[in-house]
Design a binder for this molecule. Structure first.
Ligand SMILES: C[S@@+](CC[C@H](N)C(=O)[O-])C[C@H]1O[C@@H](n2cnc3c(N)ncnc32)[C@H](O)[C@@H]1O
Length: 197
């Protein structure tokens, strides 16, 4: 892949993938004050590795980098990816990756996730993050409120996922927290590994 460093344990699907006419490229950017709030609640610092999945143009990437953590910002949309690469080209702790979130490979070392990912991919994404081989420590995912409430009630889906991760409704996020506003309200789903992974 050109322009982005490849990390062990992460997969790279073509960064030149073109938006397909059937692919949903919805983009509800988090407003800066909400992005800051989400990042500050994650309690990250130097030495941590955090993934921003579906990074857009970096609404969360920038405050995540300001914590001192190492940030992997994943985006597939060609223009957003290009903008992201340009914006963080000189940042020593931000690595921009042209990955498809549907690719299940994850970092080989322990990691966190703080993200406002594409809501349509929430279920496969959570399945992959809570997989038995995943080294996820904790995730904060901004998703549709109803879905977050479901996860809070039923726990993480997928074989054995409930035994490995707690899934909780952590906070409500109003439609006004995004630009443009999504059709319905959102919430933060907190996933926490039950044991060190
Ligand atoms: C809800 S937007 C959030 C953008 C940014 N995190 C923010 O809060 O402003 C989701 C992002 O995921 C990206 N995306 C959609 N499908 C993707 C995929 N399969 N792989 C990687 N990124 C994807 C979209 O291009 C979009 O930028």
């Amino acid at each position: 892949m050109s322009g982005a460093r490849r990390r062990p344990g992460t997969a790279v699907r073509s960064a030149t993938t073109q938006p397909s006419p059937t692919r949903l490229w919805g983009w509800h950017r988090l407003r800066p004050e909400w992005a800051e709030q989400l990042v500050s609640a994650a309690g990250l610092g130097p030495g941590d590795l955090v993934l921003d999945l579906g990074a857009g143009d970096g609404a969360l990437t920038a405050p995540l980098a300001a914590t001192g953590a190492q940030v992997l910002a994943v985006e597939l949309h060609p223009q957003r990816l290009a903008r992201l690469r340009e914006r963080f080209a000189d940042h020593p702790r931000v690595h921009v990756l042209g990955l498809d979130l549907l690719d299940p490979r994850l970092p080989a070392r322990r990691f966190h996730v703080v993200a406002n990912p594409p809501w349509s991919l929430a279920k496969p994404l959570i399945r992959s993050l809570t997989d038995a081989r995943s080294r996820l420590i904790g995730a904060q995912l901004v998703l549709q409120r109803g879905l977050v409430a479901d996860f809070d009630r039923r726990g993480a889906a997928g074989p054995g996922a409930r035994a490995r991760f707690r899934a909780e409704y952590a906070a409500s996020v109003p439609r006004q927290a995004f630009r443009p506003s999504p059709p319905g309200p959102a919430a933060v789903l907190q996933l926490t590994a039950r044991r060190g992974r």
